[in-house]
Design a protein around this ligand. Structure first.
Ligand code: DSN
Length: 447
């Protein structure tokens, strides 16, 4: 234990020194990026912070090249990485209460593509949430391979921003999709997986739940779990799991059901689809990082954090509403708040840029019925994963809402697309952001 601790810290120290000597330009950029992360209010809803134990876990396994799965590799030298991958698999199954877990997908997008391409044939119909309503590119958007190789039908949200399960049922009956995807990138309300499964069963479709944004809430029982409702559940591991870059595919009670070729079970279908159908060498450093992350997710501290993530988002939404901002659906059940800034007289892009100039990092986002294009948008999406990690609570959410308001309300339009930010406001908000970041530093070992 002591030896490996010393080894890892000297490795990272030597690495730091070598980088500084041999590549000072990159070293300096990395230091600046670290400084930016520590000293801004990071509210991109698709993000979290991997703590040093997750980063350290990946340092050594990166040097192993192999293909295949533990106990069945195509290269020698896998004794320990086999144990690492098995540990990660066991932890993923335990944490998500799943029967099958595959840790090798390189991202959440890859995980979705692997599921789709292993079950469907080109031209098969899929039903997923429309990108502009809050779905993800890989749920059948035309710009994605999933919208070009398959025949995508999209469900939307109603005018108030809520999923309409009657509409989804109607579309499923009408188009008889082979696969339905539930899950979203910018939907702030609870997703009812059981309803989706009833719809899928009625039309004989597979159900894929993409929980990339809310996987942490699912683990902490702060959002319903899809594991036994969906045939397949996918997630990325860096958004709300505080892990390394990567993806994960899980199967619940259906894992032994026969897949589309009636020859392999669903679990066997995915196992063969990840390797060798889609991927070659797995990223073993990411798998080691995932193992560390999964161990941390099982703690009571993480459950507490997940609940604080939600209560912070709810506090942020109510404070913004109290200042007359139009919050889509009127609030949130998750970590995410979607705000119509067009109703406050600015574009999503204008708000994003002005907030970034004050070290408040959000992203412009389409809102239901948005007429603006995706590079401009009429909304912003706020997330509380990192603010909650810093230990902020209701009082600080009120401050954050107030800071956002100070920036947005001070913007003056200079032409059709551009705004100017009052310099005094910018300086004052920057100072207040710095004070908040100093008072609530990102903890090294947060949970
Ligand atoms: N899926 C993108 C998002 O939600 O912002 C990033 O991973």
């Amino acid at each position: 234990m002591t030896i490996s601790k010393t080894l890892l810290s000297s490795l990272s120290e030597i690495g730091d020194e070598l980088l500084q000597q041999n590549d000072p330009v990159l070293h300096n950029l990395l230091l600046q990026e670290y400084h930016r992360q520590m000293n801004s209010l990071y509210m991109v809803a698709a993000s979290s912070i991997a703590d040093p134990s997750v980063l350290a876990g990946g340092m050594i396994a990166t040097n192993v090249t192999t293909e295949g799965y533990p106990g069945n590799r195509y290269h020698a030298g896998c004794k320990y990485v086999d144990e690492i991958e098995n540990l990660a698999i066991d932890r993923a199954k335990a944490v998500f209460k799943a029967q099958y877990a595959n840790l090798q997908p390189h991202s959440g997008s890859s995980a979705n593509q692997i599921v789709l391409f292993s079950l469907l044939k080109p031209g098969d119909t899929i039903l997923g949430m429309e990108l502009n309503s809050g779905g993800h590119l890989t749920h059948g958007a035309k710009a994605s391979v999933t919208g070009q190789y398959f025949c995508p039908i999209s469900y939307t949200v109603n005018n108030d921003g809520w999923l309409d399960y009657e509409e989804i049922l109607h579309l499923a009956r009408q188009y008889q999709p082979k696969l339905i995807i539930c899950g979203a990138s910018s939907y702030t309300r609870t997703i009812y997986y059981q309803k989706f499964r009833e719809i899928a069963d009625e039309v004989g479709a597979y159900l894929l739940a993409d929980i990339s944004h809310i996987a942490g809430l699912v683990v902490a029982d702060a959002h319903p779990s899809p594991i036994d409702h969906a045939h397949f559940t996918t997630t990325s591991t860096y958004k709300q799991l505080f892990g390394p870059r990567g993806g994960l595919i899980l199967i619940g009670k259906d894992y032994e059901k026969l897949g589309p070729d009636n020859n392999k079970t669903l679990a066997e279908t995915i196992q063969k689809a990840v390797f060798p159908f889609f991927q070659g060498t797995p990223n073993l450093s990411a798998i080691a990082g995932k193992a560390t992350m999964l161990q941390r997710l099982s703690t009571q501290e993480f459950k507490t954090l997940a609940h604080r993530i939600i209560s912070n988002a709810q506090a942020l939404a109510s404070n913004l509403k109290a200042m007359n901002y139009k919050v889509i659906t009127g609030g949130t059940d998750t970590h995410m708040v979607l705000v119509d800034v067009h109703a406050s007289g600015v574009t999503g892009l204008g708000a994003e840029l002005a907030l970034e100039a004050c070290n408040i990092i959000v992203n412009k986002n389409k809102i239901p019925g948005d007429q603006a294009n995706a590079r401009v948008t009429s909304g912003i999406r706020l997330g509380t994963n990192v603010l909650a990690l810093r230990g902020m609570g209701a009082k600080e959410m009120s401050q954050c809402a107030e800071l956002i308001h100070q920036v947005i309300s001070s913007l003056k339009k200079t032409d059709k697309e551009n705004y100017v930010l009052d310099q005094q406001i910018q300086e004052s908000v920057c100072t207040q952001v710095q004070q908040l970041c100093n008072s609530f530093p990102i903890p090294n070992y947060p949970f």
